[in-house]
Write a protein of this length. Structure first.
Length: 399
């Protein structure tokens, strides 16, 4: 006879209600773990999308995802000449607020790349890739911008010709891909008023220098207002190349910093979302602690209600391990039911979260093992009370 099953069947209401409450708590725990996993996946999607082996960035910086990095656009030619480099191409990043593309402004990460070179999205979910060098845009479908939409950015109007899927910034914002030239103009080209002010300032500086007084400001304007810049150079290596050797060559002779994709991922995963990870971990621990307290209180209360029943079992010769097994089985059943309800809840609802929630089976199995440990520990209080019950209680005496 399984005493735990009979006891649960005798009082199913409160047991199932407690399991539902635990399920909601554990569903929240799973959601928080999935939110962190989703943050990591979001942060790494932009780094992994180009399929580059190395990121060449401005010297003494750690790349465009953490700080300002600017390199000449044509530096890719010198990088491509390095032994072991198969392909090199510049890329530009910028955050923008798109207006007019929907009922409210949309914040996107703008990515500019050379058509037919490294930096393009790995695939297009709808529409077509970029085929023209100017005024076309690919945007993530989560932005909610339909194909054919015309988007005004500064003095440039883009037409959305394709939709990507799953490539977002480390903040979860959609990405928009355009040609490198379009991205450079938007990021580095100044407004007409600013250009006139800079030209007037340049003329004043030239007049102040006798040796340059005869030089017209218009002759120097293309040099001063250069927009042929990029934020990084993407590098793909030959299969036989040694990445460390190529990095050393670039840093020693080209005077840039070369970082592997793994190092860029480390910058994003640890540098930019470390505090978020610690905060989510703290809430995760708190919720598990609350779950342990709930199980302990329910099991202890159920044990107190069964004091006379337990005493009767002792009188008829039931050993302590049998009584302890009754309480332990109830605690473990409560933990498993809570976990199952939490898993069902999160697996049917995570797709409706505003940001990506990445639910991995191994994470849920780890949480199940943790819940088994918590349930076992929570049952000890009830077991301790049960084994100390005086058999005389069944006869109306004892404590």
């Amino acid at each position: 006879m399984n005493l735990a099953v009979r006891d649960v069947r005798y009082r199913p209401g409160r047991f199932l209600l407690t399991a539902v409450g635990l399920g909601l708590l554990l569903g929240t725990v799973m959601a928080m773990g999935g939110i962190y996993r989703g943050m990591v996946e979001d942060a790494l999607s932009v780094v992994r999308a180009p399929g580059a082996d190395l990121w060449v960035v401005q010297k003494d910086t750690i790349g465009p995802f953490a700080e300002t990095s600017r390199v000449p656009e044509d530096a890719y030619r010198a990088i491509r000449a390095v032994p072991g480099v198969r392909e090199a191409s510049p890329i530009a990043f910028q955050w923008l607020q798109l207006r007019g593309a929907g009922p409210k402004p949309i914040r996107v990460q703008f990515i500019g790349y050379r058509l037919g070179a490294l930096g393009a999205p790995p695939g297009v979910a709808a529409g077509r890739p970029l085929v023209r060098a100017r005024y076309e845009m690919l945007i993530d479908r989560n932005a909610g911008v339909p194909l054919g939409t015309r988007v005004q950015i500064g003095r440039t109007t883009f037409t959305v010709v394709g939709l990507t899927d799953g490539i977002v910034s480390n903040a979860g914002d959609p990405t928009a891909f355009v040609s490198l030239q379009d991205a450079q103009e938007i990021q580095f080209l100044k407004a007409n008023e600013a250009i006139r002010n800079d030209r007037a300032r340049l003329e004043a500086d030239l007049k102040a220098e006798p040796a340059l007084a005869a030089v017209p400001a218009q002759a120097l304007a293309p040099i001063v207002q250069d927009t042929h810049l990029a934020n990084a150079i993407l590098v793909r290596l030959e299969p036989w190349a040694d990445a460390r050797a190529v990095q050393d060559h670039i840093e020693r002779w080209k005077h840039y910093r070369a970082m592997t994709t793994a190092e860029q991922e480390d910058v994003l995963a640890k540098g930019l979302i470390e505090r978020s990870r610690m905060q989510i971990l703290l809430f995760w621990i708190i919720l598990l602690g609350v779950s342990a307290v709930i199980i302990a209180l329910i099991i202890y209360t159920m044990t107190l209600e069964k004091t006379r029943d337990i005493a009767t079992l002792k009188i008829i010769g039931a050993p302590d391990w049998k009584i302890a097994g009754l309480i332990l089985q109830e605690a473990l059943t409560l933990g498993v039911l809570g976990w199952v309800m939490g898993a069902v809840l999160i697996n049917f609802s995570f797709a409706y979260f505003p940001r990506r929630v990445a639910i991995f089976p191994q994470d849920q199995y780890v949480l199940l093992a943790v819940m088994m440990g918590i349930s076992f520990a929570a049952s000890l209080l009830g077991i301790r009370k049960a084994v100390r019950v005086d058999p005389a209680t069944a006869l109306g005496g004892g404590a």
